[in-house]
Design a binder for this molecule. Structure first.
Ligand code: COA
Length: 162
């Protein structure tokens, strides 16, 4: 059974770095370059201010998400989030479960909406998931992402009320 718990950097840095090896190597969904350092990747997943949750299957880290305000101060009522599920367990509902978990968490933290800032246009699986979960595309940033195979591709800004 997969368990989702809140995580702190100091307890989980090594596991997060291990989990993210494939994400860093992939270069089609997240901003990390292939030579990204452990500190950069781990710091990304543990933002301040923000909260991080991890999913474990039989003790092994298989998923992660973060929540943070998209802006400080008067823009701080909109959350930003990022999600990653190990390819080992994809297509089994964990991404959706993490997203729904994050909506509940975000509401309990007082956020009123959620915004994704860089959904790569070619990441069609993620776009389908976010649309199923009520997100709409509110903008396109031309050539915002340096895709490992395709070069510069567009990215979406996606938004939903909570
Ligand atoms: C996006 C991601 C988190 C989805 O996780 P997942 O555990 O595979 O997703 P789920 O199994 O919960 O799928 C949920 C829904 O999304 C849809 N979906 C997910 N991945 C899909 C894909 N590659 N193609 C088509 N549909 C997909 C499924 O149809 C499913 O719909 P259903 O509930 O009606 O059956 C995962 O693929 C991932 O970590 N990708 C790499 C990082 C990434 O792209 N993160 C998002 C950045 S915006």
């Amino acid at each position: 059974m997969i368990e989702i718990t809140e995580a702190r950097n100091c307890e989980h840095a090594d596991d997060v770095w291990q989990l993210c090896q494939e994400l860093v190597a992939d270069g089609t969904t997240y901003v990390f370059r292939p030579d990204a350092a452990k500190e950069e990747v781990v710091d990304y997943w543990f933002p301040q201010p923000g909260k991080t949750f991890v999913a474990r299957l039989d003790g092994e880290l298989v998923g992660i998400y973060l929540l943070r305000p998209v802006q400080p101060g008067r823009g701080g009522h909109i959350a930003n989030a990022s999600y990653f599920v190990s390819s080992r367990v994809r297509g089994q509902g964990l991404g959706k479960r993490l997203a729904e978990h994050s909506f509940d968490q975000a509401r309990s933290m007082g956020f009123q909406a959620m915004q994704f800032n860089l959904v790569v246009e070619t990441n069609t699986g993620a776009i389908q998931l976010w649309e199923k979960l009520g997100f709409s595309t509110i903008g396109i940033i031309p050539k915002a992402f340096d895709h490992d195979e395709l070069g510069l591709v567009d990215a979406r800004i996606m938004h939903r009320e909570l």
